[in-house]
Design a binder for this molecule. Structure first.
Ligand SMILES: Cc1ncc(COP(=O)(O)O)c(C=O)c1O
Length: 454
């Protein structure tokens, strides 16, 4: 078992360190000034409007000097911890050498794409680089359409793929602004959720074949027979760390091959060590035709990627793939340094270990609390589902916000929830720090149960 890297050591005698009840006066002062002009905040900030000044490894520091254990990695972004020394050094060096050269070849870009071809599974050997997850998703859709000369796309309920037109048309965003404008040719189908199955076998377990059978019918009866392919998150992040059954992706791969359509996986959230593999679908031995990478790909530096299998490489030519910032030297330096750090610090193994440790601890939390219905982890992507009743599994929405705020006040910076608590700690975290974070969550769950009369 790999050890956490020494540079990310956290002294649990000292951290979390809550000097003043957060958000403290300095946090409030900055937040008031900033939000006079900066609008459209996420739920994460609205529910806990603290001002962060610095971060290192697994620790975040606010403007009042409070120090928190980080259980969110920004929002699934700083997988290698804040200010990883290797990534910082690589970006600083690149910034002082060459910042942009459009899509001309640079040595650092060459090294990055060669490295990607080496580490990614199968024949994923064609790459283009972008600056956000959603622009990578858009490019992935264009490649699928160019490769197949078909335009229809199928995605899944509760998946999330970003906020541009294509991303929104694929994803589950129910804003009145987007609703009436979902692009033509986009279809949505349900996907298997082991805890909340739509179709089950006689023994009550999830029936993956029923989902696949439905997709086959849908392709025939619900589309114009112009389907380019399926687009899926391997594990739903925003949807609540929802894991598919282990036979789902192999069966999806076979379905796409049978139908002559493409399989695109959106690994913006799940890729590059988050789940303990370069790509999450490696856990199931599946190579997609098109895959997107983002978030942890640059550990905070905005760099994302579309990777395609060998037969589809030339389709990038048809989509006018380049962009202003895609593949700039600073971005490539950040991404390359991340990959090298993951290898040098054995972080794929580390993430898998942390996931197993978390699951054991969360199983005990589940056993001890009436409102905890399900717990799950794949590497450092974790979820706890809160329910009114373990038998009926009815979601307990009013608990999520309370648990989020209580744990934050105790020094855990993390992701807000409806009824599903979502955790994405950095993969450089030490065992004891992970367990401390889960202790804080358990305390917050206990206090919430008492408040709600369980
Ligand atoms: C699976 C997935 N795809 C795409 C995106 C969009 O990425 P970005 O916010 O970088 O545009 C996200 C962001 O959360 C995501 O989780």
């Amino acid at each position: 078992m790999s050890e956490a890297p020494r540079w990310a050591h956290v002294d649990l005698e000292r951290i979390p360190n809550m000097k003043v009840p957060p958000p403290g006066p300095e946090s409030e002062r900055w937040h008031r000034r900033c939000t006079t002009y900066f609008k459209g905040l996420s739920g994460q900030v609205k529910l806990f409007p603290v001002t962060f000044e610095s971060g290192y490894g697994c620790v975040l520091r606010d403007a009042d000097g409070n120090e928190y254990i980080d259980f969110s990695s920004g929002i699934y972004v700083t997988t290698l911890g804040h200010c990883h020394p290797k990534v910082t050094e690589a970006v600083q060096k690149a910034a002082a050498t060459l910042q942009n050269a459009h899509d001309f070849t640079t040595p650092v870009k060459t090294k990055l794409v060669e490295k990607l071809a080496e580490i990614l599974p199968g024949d994923l050997t064609g790459f283009q680089l972008y600056d956000s997850g959603t622009t990578a998703v858009e490019a992935g859709l264009r490649v699928m359409r160019a490769a197949t000369r078909r335009h229809e796309l199928i995605s899944c309920f509760y998946d999330y793929h970003g906020k541009t037109y294509g991303g929104v048309s694929l994803g589950h965003i129910r804003s009145p602004v987007y609703g009436p404008t979902r692009a033509p040719g986009f279809h949505m189908v349900p996907r298997p959720d082991v805890y909340r199955p739509l179709w089950t076998k006689a023994d009550g377990t999830i029936d993956t074949d029923a989902y696949i059978g439905f997709y086959e019918q849908y392709l025939d009866k619900g589309t114009a027979h112009q389907t380019a392919g399926f687009v899926l998150e391997p594990i739903q992040g925003w949807g609540g760390s929802v894991m598919p059954p282990d036979d789902f992706f192999p069966k999806m791969r076979a379905l796409c091959d049978r139908q002559g359509i493409l399989l695109m996986t959106d690994e913006v959230l799940t890729g590059m060590a988050r789940t303990g593999a370069w790509l999450c679908t490696e856990h199931w031995g599946v190579v997609p035709d098109v895959v997107t990478l983002g978030k942890g790909f640059g550990n905070g530096f905005p760099v994302t990627c579309v990777a395609v299998r060998e037969p589809y490489k030339e389709s990038f030519e048809a989509i006018s793939a380049s962009s202003s910032y895609g593949g700039n030297p600073m971005a490539c330096a950040a991404a390359l340094a991340c990959i090298e750090a993951i290898e040098e610090e054995h972080l794929l193994e580390r993430a898998r270990h942390l996931g197993e440790l978390a699951l054991q601890r969360m199983e005990r939390i589940k056993a001890g609390h009436a409102i905890v219905g399900d717990v799950r982890a794949r590497g450092c992507l974790m979820g706890i589902e809160l329910v009114k009743d373990k038998a009926t599994r009815e979601p307990l929405d009013e608990a999520g916000k309370r648990v989020y705020q209580k744990a934050f006040r105790k020094g855990l910076a993390w992701i807000p929830a409806g009824h599903i608590l979502r955790m994405s700690p950095p993969v450089v975290m030490e065992d004891e720090v992970l367990l401390k974070g889960l202790d804080i969550i358990e305390e917050a769950i206990g206090e919430t149960e008492r408040e709600l009369g369980y």
